[in-house]
Design a protein around this ligand. Structure first.
Ligand SMILES: *Cc1c(COP(=O)(O)O)cnc(C)c1O
Length: 387
């Protein structure tokens, strides 16, 4: 723990419980970004990319190792949203095609569903929750028929401690032969993820959250056997080759979902962040996060007027709560003045879930392995004073 903190310069300035927003960067990530940025300044951007070619190529192996796939199944992306979009908008929907999703779905994904439903006549269906607030597997199974084109769910939602049963959903999708797109933006870097065990066809994640990488980064996984059936919504001279005046050849690895231009410094930063996470071990990280978040939930719930809002049988590092009689936004701002970072989750971020629970917003305190029991203690004291 001491090493994790000494390698996280931001720990000296803030009590950071906003890891589901953007984690504090570890020093090796900052160094990797700065080193390449400096190299670009010193020798030229193209020349720096050439000089760092082998290291850059290692990005794919680092991501592949992290989630248990092959490097050819990884595409570098600028965000989790764009990664998700590249697959979703590649699917060809016909009128009456059914898309099955769940209550926890992230706003950007649902906005895309609504757009495509309007354009194509595809139908979006929200599977009800089980008694724990997770997607109901029996309801999901009962809704499967030949018209189901896609199952797309969020593994860990932006707005709470819930961990959806992504593997069990994957089994249903596999047995039905339905494409399964998993939004793992909050779970990659927080817990061990193995795309084979999850049976997903595609998965997206971001760099800045639990992976502790730079902002403006992410990656996409697409299963090898699915790549060639997906024609990306955009192509460029990296994703495809202009082979004749009226001919184009689209590459057959996941890089077909990439663009040629990218921020190499940040890409190398994310590569370093993934290697750094793997060096701690995802099992170790996950155990520590579960311990800290369970402690935080228990301490908060003993404070009068505080209500924990997390759903799910198994819960993760995202702890959400409200305080009776206090405005959640006010709490976030009051904490910020004391160098305590949390964030506000609003109804617009996950409307299906918030509306079903009659909530407008919640305070989100998300812990990572480098946080401490002392920070939890101090945090709860501040909340107690506010309450
Ligand atoms: C943050 C978040 C996203 C979006 O990630 P970006 O990198 O900002 O595009 C998608 N899904 C979930 C569940 C998220 O929490």
């Amino acid at each position: 723990m001491l090493r994790a903190r000494s390698e996280t310069p931001g720990c000296n300035n803030v009590l950071h419980f906003n890891n589901a927003g953007a984690s504090l960067l570890p020093a090796p990530v900052v160094d990797a970004v700065n080193a390449h940025f400096r190299l670009e300044a010193e020798m030229g951007g193209y020349e720096a990319a050439e000089a760092a070619k082998t290291t850059v190529q290692g990005f794919y192996a680092a991501a592949a190792q992290l989630i248990g796939c092959s490097p050819e199944e990884i595409a570098y992306q600028e965000s989790a949203t764009r990664a998700w979009d590249m697959v979703f908008y590649a699917l060809q929907f016909q009128p009456g095609d059914r898309v099955l999703t769940a209550k926890a779905e992230y706003a950007s994904n649902y906005i895309a569903f609504l757009q495509i439903a309007k354009k194509t006549g595809a139908v979006i269906e929200v599977i009800p929750d089980d008694p724990y607030g997770q997607i109901s597997l029996s309801a999901l199974e009962s809704r499967i028929d030949a018209k189901v084109k896609l199952i797309a769910i969020t593994h860990v939602p932006t707005q709470g401690g819930l961990v959806n049963p992504a593997q069990a959903v994957g089994r249903v999708a596999r047995d039905a032969g339905v494409f399964y797109l998993l939004d793992a933006t909050q779970s990659v870097g927080q817990m061990p993820i193995d795309v084979g065990e999850l049976y997903c066809d595609a998965l997206c994640t971001t760099g800045r959250k639990y992976l502790r990488g730079p902002r403006g980064t992410g990656f996409l996984y697409v299963k090898q056997s699915r790549i060639e059936e997906l024609e990306p919504p955009f192509l460029d001279l990296h994703a495809a080759t202009w082979t004749g005046l009226d001919r184009v050849h689209i590459r057959n690895d996941a890089a077909r979902f990439e663009t040629w231009e990218r921020n190499y410094s940040n890409m190398l930063g994310l590569k370093t962040a993934m290697e750094y996470a793997s060096s701690w071990g995802l099992e170790t990280i996950w155990a520590r996060i579960r311990l800290l978040s369970a402690t935080l939930r228990a301490k908060l719930s003993s404070i009068p007027k505080v209500q924990i809002r997390d759903l799910g049988e198994e819960q993760c590092g995202i702890v959400t709560f409200t305080v009776n009689g206090l405005d959640s936004e006010g709490i976030v701002q009051a904490l910020r003045k004391k160098q305590i970072n949390v964030s506000l989750s609003r109804v617009e971020y996950a409307r299906l879930d918030f509306e079903a629970r009659g909530l407008e917003s919640v305070v989100r305190a998300s812990v990572h392995y480098y946080n401490t029991e002392e920070e939890i203690e101090r945090f709860c004291q501040e909340i107690e004073e506010l309450a």
